[in-house]
Design a protein around this ligand. Structure first.
Ligand code: A2P
Length: 318
């Protein structure tokens, strides 16, 4: 398995198992299946509300000697309601307890968005806190403290634009190791990927398959079906591969880490095999032409009328 080497020599396995939308009752079996198949990277988050089940499986696999803790790369993320510096370590400790781990490999600020404590999804604008009032730099300092305490080995961010990343890098004692963002052929974000590279930040792609199992409130009627794209289908046919494998191989070919979410045994195996697929320069060129700046995960949940966030301010676009 390819891996990205971090500044201290730790290695982030390029393909990880995603667990967003993996329901309790399914996620544990998926993690177990993945680890048995050879996955060593599992991407979690407190807001996925399934970390306790993931933790149970990790404990079972570690106790049974299927793998060792040092071989695993476990990521989790700080939810928006715990950005206040005093709330960061308690939130992290809760995640560690749920995951039954004494350290995480990577802890990310999930969104550059803050809400009042206990507000998981904001319903009213006053439940949101602006980044002027609760700056990312203050949250970041608490994450740096978590590294010093040995609770996490690396820290990073998610859903950060190049502008926000640059701003953070300018003041941080420890630079973010990773920026985890939505990336796929319909949202290629070349400038962001390039800027991360220049800043020495590893990029991890989420929703590489187009995330079609998003909750209905996050879907649009007219959205294009990435897994059904004819160009991807044709490339898959030529390689005797599947569309999902092409999408994952494309992410790996651009030197990003990638998270494949599945709770289905065959598809977890299929996705793992994608690491062996080599796309040709012609394939890459054909896929480059598919870009249409289409976000599936828009962040609209955080842009309530009268609140401190707009889509333009969230993504620093437009
Ligand atoms: P399932 O969990 O039933 O396998 P994304 O990673 O972009 O968020 O996409 C996740 C969605 O893609 C889920 O609906 C997942 O369903 C599905 N999926 C995962 N792997 C594959 C695959 N190899 N082929 C088709 N669909 C897949």
């Amino acid at each position: 398995m390819r891996a990205f080497e971090l500044r201290n020599g730790d290695k982030l396995p390029a393909l990880g198992l995603g667990t967003w939308k993996s329901a309790p009752g399914e996620v544990g079996a998926a993690v177990k299946e993945a680890i048995l198949l050879g996955y060593r990277h599992v991407d979690c988050a407190a807001i996925y509300a399934n970390e306790a089940e993931v933790g149970e499986t990790l404990a079972t696999c570690l106790t049974a000697g299927v793998t060792q803790r040092e071989q695993l790369w476990i990521t989790s993320k700080l939810w928006n309601d715990s950005h206040a510096p005093a709330d960061v370590i308690p939130a992290l400790k809760r995640t560690l307890s749920d995951l039954r781990l004494d350290y995480l490999d990577l802890y990310l600020i999930h969104w550059p968005v803050a809400t009042r404590k206990g507000v998981l999804v904001p319903r009213q604008p006053d439940e949101l806190i602006s980044l002027d009032e609760l700056p990312i730099a203050a949250t970041w300092a608490a994450l740096e403290r978590a590294v010093e305490l040995g609770l996490v080995r690396h820290i990073g961010v998610s859903n950060f634009s190049a502008t926000k990343l640059e701003r953070l890098c300018a003041t941080a004692r420890t630079r973010p190791a990773v920026n985890q963002v939505e990336l796929h052929p319909y949202l290629q974000q070349h400038a962001l990927v390039e800027r991360c590279r220049e800043l020495g930040v590893i990029v991890t792609a989420y929703s590489p398959l187009g995330s079609r199992d998003r909750p209905p409130a996050m879907r649009k009627d007219d959205e294009p079906l990435l897994l059904g794209d004819p160009v991807i289908a044709e490339i898959a046919r030529r390689h005797a591969a599947t569309p999902a494998q092409v999408l994952l191989a494309w992410a790996l070919a651009r030197d990003t880490a990638v998270l494949a979410k599945s709770v289905n045994r065959e598809r977890i195996a299929e996705n793992f095999e994608a690491t062996k697929l080599q796309l040709t320069p012609e394939d890459i060129k054909a896929i480059a032409a598919l870009d249409r700046q289409r976000r599936y995960v828009t962040g609209e949940f955080f842009t309530l009328p009268g609140g401190p966030y707009t889509l333009a301010s969230l993504w620093d676009e437009g």
